[in-house]
Ligand binder design. Structure first.
Ligand SMILES: [Mn+2]
Length: 431
């Protein structure tokens, strides 16, 4: 199929031509420094070139605060426009070849045509996200009091039916995972029976599980609070792994970085889930307090590195297989979403690259010898390395831009879209 990439290849090439000499100089210098540590920079670059993270279709639109949404001109309103923006992100960053769609927001009549449209833009589809946390126009029953865990059997059946429909749509799009996050929970002690609501969830989730094709995975996403603020049905990794174990081998846990209590040791959760073969996926974002909205690596890049350190340990020691679905999941309230996702994808790939530099033998030896400081410094050495020349070189060689945000701004994409696209309504907040 002929590719119809959104940005001018000539423009990207001239952007790179003006920067390549400086990049080569920095890359060669880093290559010499890494060589003295016994690391082949080209091998690291090849690993980075093989790394990818999906972007969420909804992330292409401007997010809102809890109270309001302030759209920008040229924002996408349809899945077709969102795909075009995601294609811009991938063309420049070269690490985001898949889009994770969300239903019913991204519903269309012809999914085979949508799959072709994405392929022409150089994109495939990642995990399908169902939505039973809000009501849709014309929906028969309300999710106000819960969805898969609702007390009302009719509501539960409706939520199951929606998830099964998402699987069917996903088959047509070439996806192989369903991410299930429910907003079910309570705001008052006594509002619901904490044990029975989990029973109802498990029974309904088993019906969704039964509809999974053989090669599919069901990713259970836990979240400690919001929209419910007293209890959440799948509140933490403990509830998540218990549910996944009860559902069966195709059910895995998805860790969203922002869905834990402040200061929780998320890298240890990663190690635990992997130990029991239940690490299925990751949603990347960052947070300062209790949110799941800020850009990946913008607040706590060290945590992102430590998470990737565990992910690489997991990759090197696969137990029940290791093939996690990586996705960005954040809300862009004050930036152009394309710029945020380009910058976040680079932060995520950078954390992966740094974690790839860890001297695993030295680390294991220091751990065995109980040499705490040496073990710590082994991690620190990798973390301190500026890997940006490796990322930029991998990007350029894959047809992307050396400085992707600058190239995006120079392309005039958003201004052009502001002329072509329908204006977004003011609308409510969140997402
Ligand atoms: Mn998430």
């Amino acid at each position: 199929m002929a590719k119809e990439l959104p940005l001018s290849v000539d423009q990207i090439e001239s952007h790179n031509a003006a920067r390549v000499e400086a990049l080569r100089d920095e890359y060669d210098s880093l290559g010499r420094a890494l060589g003295r540590r016994g690391i082949d920079i080209d091998a690291v670059k090849a690993r980075v070139a093989g790394f990818s993270v999906a972007v969420p279709s909804w992330g292409a639109g401007r997010g809102g605060t809890r109270f309001a949404k302030f759209p920008i001109a040229g924002e996408p309103t349809t899945i077709h426009e969102k795909l075009a923006d995601c294609a811009v992100i991938h063309q420049l960053s070269t690490v985001t070849p898949r889009v994770s769609p969300h239903f019913p927001w991204d519903k269309v009549r012809d999914y085979a045509a949508l799959r072709e449209e994405a392929a022409a833009l150089g994109l495939g589809f990642d995990a399908i996200n169902s939505n039973t946390f809000q009501d849709q126009p014309g929906q028969k029953l309300s999710y106000r009091d819960g969805s898969l865990s609702a007390g009302d059997a009719g509501v539960r059946a409706q939520a199951v039916e929606h998830n099964v429909e998402c699987i069917e749509i996903g088959r047509q799009l070439g996806a192989s995972a369903l991410t299930v996050w429910v907003g079910d929970g309570t705001n008052f002690p006594g509002q619901q029976d904490l044990a029975k609501s989990l029973d109802r969830y498990l029974e309904a989730a088993a019906q969704v599980y039964a509809a999974l094709p053989d090669d599919w995975r069901m990713l259970l996403e836990h979240k400690m609070f919001e929209p419910a603020f007293y209890s959440t049905v799948i509140s933490d990794w403990g509830s998540s792994i218990l549910a996944a174990q009860e559902l069966g081998p195709k059910a895995k846990c998805l860790v969203d970085l922002g869905h834990h209590a402040p200061n929780v040791n998320i890298e240890q959760i990663v190690a635990r889930l992997h130990r029991f073969g239940k690490l299925g996926g990751f949603h990347f974002n960052d947070s300062k307090y209790g949110d799941d909205d800020l850009d990946s690596g913008s607040i706590n890049p060290h945590q992102l590195f430590l998470v990737f350190n565990e992910l690489i340990e997991a990759e090197l020691n696969p137990r029940d297989g290791f093939d996690p679905a990586y996705m960005i999941d954040q809300s862009h309230n004050v930036t152009d979403p394309i710029e945020s996702m380009i910058s976040s994808a680079e932060a995520i790939a950078g954390a992966f690259a740094k974690a790839s530099l860890v001297d695993r033998e030295a680390l294991a030896a220091a751990q065995q010898a109980n040499d705490t400081m040496l073990a710590f410094l082994t991690l620190r050495k990798a973390y301190r390395t500026d890997v940006s020349p490796i990322l930029a070189m991998a990007r350029m060689e894959a047809g992307g831009a050396i400085d992707a945000v600058v190239a995006y701004r120079d392309s005039g994409w958003r201004a052009r879209k502001a002329q072509e696209r329908m204006a977004v309504g003011l609308g409510a907040g969140i997402v």
